[in-house]
Design a protein around this ligand. Structure first.
Ligand SMILES: Cc1cc2nc3c(=O)[nH]c(=O)nc-3n(C[C@H](O)[C@H](O)[C@H](O)COP(=O)(O)OP(=O)(O)OC[C@H]3O[C@@H](n4cnc5c(N)ncnc54)[C@H](O)[C@@H]3O)c2cc1C
Ligand code: FES
Length: 281
């Protein structure tokens, strides 16, 4: 991108309501021409700045896979007092919005190659993990990685997003899916309980494995020790941080932790890297 502050204009092609509360929506965006999509070259874990003209912009993790050739997907929760998230939720199919990016680093696919992958997600923060799983399961990539085990939890069944897609993953023989909720309803047949407890009971091996963890801070906080108890070292546990950001490109100083800017040095960090930083996240 020539001017990193200048957004592409993209059109909303589809909107999916993801949860019972109807405050999480997935937006499929298409570029004005395919050459712009081709030059928007990203790797799962990266984010983009979405702008609603007249409202502002916000960093949002990319939820689609780079191998989804025709569109880019984002899943956004509406905060009742949130300026950008509310404006985006008021948008309709066919409307034009802005997109800058891709920004930040990504999950370490070179390091993950040949290893078993344990993926732990919670709530709507599972977006970049969805991008990752779509990428790993793609026929051009699946043989490069070992066993994939996916843990995903929310408070209630109605808060689990990507419902149909995750159900289709659960039917496959090349990924183990473990869903859990804190408060099940009568139709719930999977795990009950918090994510770290389910990780502990399923006990994926740490040998030749990498764990990716992304979710609400409380879930990440308790999942990391659960993985360490299973033998995962801080280098083998990768997580993604959501700090407040403005520019997204290391210029404004809004997102730093110690000497690191989360927008360019992150948002993806190993626990080994985070343990060397001030605990400001
Ligand atoms: C790297 C990165 C990736 C992100 N990915 C996603 C994503 O995939 N989907 C998504 O929905 N959001 C994501 N976010 C959060 C997003 O950038 C915004 O913070 C969020 O959409 C709210 O913006 P807003 O303008 O509506 O709220 P603002 O107008 O900025 O804030 C209004 C109110 O909401 C509260 N608030 C704002 N953001 C948060 C938050 N993250 N958690 C709790 N309270 C908050 C504020 O404290 C304030 O009270 C990501 C953030 C980062 C840094
Ligand atoms: S958001 Fe501006 S420096 Fe990171």
């Amino acid at each position: 991108m020539a001017d990193p502050y200048l957004p592409y204009t993209v059109t909303i092609r589809n909107i999916t309501i993801e949860n019972d509360a109807r405050d999480i929506k997935t937006f499929e965006l298409v570029f004005a021409d395919q050459t712009q999509r081709d030059s928007f070259d990203f790797v799962p874990g990266q984010f983009a700045e979405i702008s609603i003209f007249g409202a502002g912009e916000a960093p949002i993790g990319i939820a689609s896979s780079p191998l989804d050739a025709d569109c880019i997907t984002f899943t956004v929760k509406k905060y009742s007092t949130g300026v950008v998230s509310s404006a985006l939720h008021n948008c309709e199919i066919g409307q034009t919005i802005g997109l800058r990016g891709p920004f930040g680093n990504h999950y370490p696919f070179d390091q993950m190659a040949g290893k078993d992958i344990v993926i732990v997600g919670g709530g709507f923060a599972v977006t970049t993990l969805r991008s990752t799983i779509r990428y790993l399961l793609h026929e051009t990539n699946r043989s490069k990685f070992g066993k994939i085990t996916f843990f995903y939890g929310a408070r209630t069944p109605g808060e689990l997003i990507y419902h149909d897609e995750i159900s289709s993953w659960a039917q496959r023989s090349d990924i183990d899916v473990h869903l859990t909720v804190d408060n099940p309803d009568d139709s719930w047949t999977a795990h009950t309980g918090v994510v770290p407890a389910v990780v502990t009971s399923v006990a994926p091996t740490s040998e030749n494995s990498i764990a990716l963890v992304c979710g609400p801070p409380i879930m990440v906080k308790y999942t990391i020790p659960a993985l360490k108890d299973l033998g995962f070292t801080p280098e083998q546990i990768i997580t993604s941080l959501e700090m407040r950001m403005k520019c997204g490109i290391g210029k404004c100083g809004r997102c730093n932790i110690g000497s690191k800017y989360v927008c360019i040095d992150g948002p993806v960090f190993s626990v080994a890297e985070l343990e060397k930083l001030p605990q400001e996240f």
